[in-house]
Write a protein that binds this ligand. Structure first.
Ligand SMILES: [Zn+2]
Length: 426
């Protein structure tokens, strides 16, 4: 731990101001870009950008709706093998390629999620115009998966041998109801030797996510006997109850600090316009910088739905044909957490930023990094360069101009935290 810190601090500063003999010895080769192999890896990106773009298009055109990532995982496994790193698929569906370190006692996970938010049947054909590509999922997270392959490829090409093993992972279940199941399984499997997690998600180099935004997703369901719109008029109606409860809920006050948000994202129910529905449901996403606020909002939702059912029941003219039932279920929960400002991982990122001439701001967001951060394991989520927009929409785009900056930044960060073996031990 201490040794790693020293290494990373040295990376971030010129090699001269060194005190101890041990640190002095390390300083000789500890500025990563001074190593010929690292330079070879960094130089690999520019001439191979069109290959990286092609992989991104190829991967994006393989549909990967939530819980249906297997086909894309299979393709990524083959691409890892082509890059010279044999991969395996774990029982959760994650594709894992290992770059073995000098010591296998510690591992660094580099992960890009495979899944998209788009349902099966979405047209995922990639349209290309110069350096710009348009398709659902092209940036989130086609760019991350392509970067994962590029990083593995560059490391193999340059014979980079890390101190700690690096696991390059295409993971499942990041979006929506996937509830970070891929990352949960990874952290579970490697927890005892997990040094750090670097998440590659989306485009850009302008940010580093070190703070995990906590969120919960809930579903409210109200059911009743249902009936005919004319002959059964006056019986309690689940949609009415849901609407009454929703109106109460959206009037709930949330603080600006800690920032707290809610969104009714889906509402459905009923079978036809002339039937009293037998069920109604809604899905709500709540997010907050504070776990306490999340808990408060979750209880507010339960109270509001209960009150909506009560209001509807009280105003029903005919209660003889059955009553309403309700429940609120937790569909998913992403815990919060924060990376320490003096962590070795953040120092590695800052050193990489300095080398590529990049400046990035700290962000709070909901990503795969939530899981390790919530467990006190160092983790960040970064973009992989280039630019993009329209995430989660059918107009999503990615422009690869300048993407090598992001790839170099990621490579230096990863080897900054994993450490580089001395040339002779390769
Ligand atoms: Zn993403």
């Amino acid at each position: 731990m201490k040794r790693a810190l020293v290494c990373v601090i040295l990376l971030a500063m010129p090699a001269r101001s060194v005190a101890s003999p041990q640190a002095s010895r390390q300083a000789q080769g500890s500025r990563l870009p001074d190593d010929a192999r690292v330079r070879a890896a960094l130089d690999w990106f520019s001439p191979n950008i069109s290959w990286v773009n092609d992989q991104q298009a190829r991967i994006t055109e393989i549909p990967a709706p939530p819980f249906q990532e297997a086909q894309r995982a299979g393709a990524v496994k083959e691409l890892f093998a082509e890059a010279g790193l044999p991969a395996q698929i774990d029982k959760t569906g994650n594709v894992i390629a290992e770059l073995r370190g000098v010591s296998e006692k510690e591992v660094v996970i580099v992960a890009a999620h495979l899944d998209t938010v788009f349902p099966a049947g979405t047209d995922v054909k990639v349209h290309r115009e110069g350096s710009r590509m348009t398709a659902p999922g092209i940036s989130d997270n086609g760019s991350g998966v392509a970067a994962l392959l590029a990083l593995a490829g560059a490391a193999q090409f340059a014979h980079l041998k890390p101190q700690r093993s690096i696991l390059f992972v295409g993971d499942v279940g990041e979006e929506g109801e996937g509830n970070l199941r891929g990352m949960r399984a990874l952290v579970d499997a490697y927890r005892s030797k997990l040094k750090a997690v670097v998440v590659l998600d989306g485009s850009g180099t302008d940010h580093v996510t070190t703070k995990a935004l906590a969120s919960r997703r809930l579903e409210a369901l109200i059911t009743g006997p249902g009936g005919h719109s004319w002959s059964d008029f006056g019986m309690p109606n689940p949609i009415n109850a849901l609407v009454r409860g929703s109106v109460r809920f959206i009037n709930t006050k949330v603080p600006a600090t800690p920032r707290t948000t809610f969104n009714i994202g889906q509402i459905e129910g009923g079978t036809s316009v002339n039937s009293v529905p037998h069920e109604a449901r809604l899905k709500v996403d709540i997010r907050s910088e504070s776990e306490d606020e999340l808990t408060r909002l979750e209880s507010a939702l339960r109270e509001c739905i209960a009150a909506g059912v009560r209001d509807e029941t009280e105003s029903a003219r005919d209660r003889s044909k059955g009553k309403l039932e309700w429940k609120v279920e937790l569909l998913g929960s992403r815990p919060g957490g924060e990376l320490a400002a003096d962590s070795a991982l953040l120092a590695a990122l800052r050193a990489a930023d300095e080398f590529v001439g990049n400046q990035s701001r700290i962000e709070r967001s909901s990503t795969d990094a939530n899981i390790p951060l919530s467990m006190g394991i160092d983790a960040i989520s970064i973009g992989v360069g280039g630019s993009g927009g329209g995430a989660h929409s059918l107009q999503e785009w990615y422009d690869s101009a300048g993407r090598e900056t992001g790839l170099k930044r990621a490579l230096l960060t990863i080897f900054g935290i994993a450490g580089l073996a001395e040339a002779k031990s390769r």
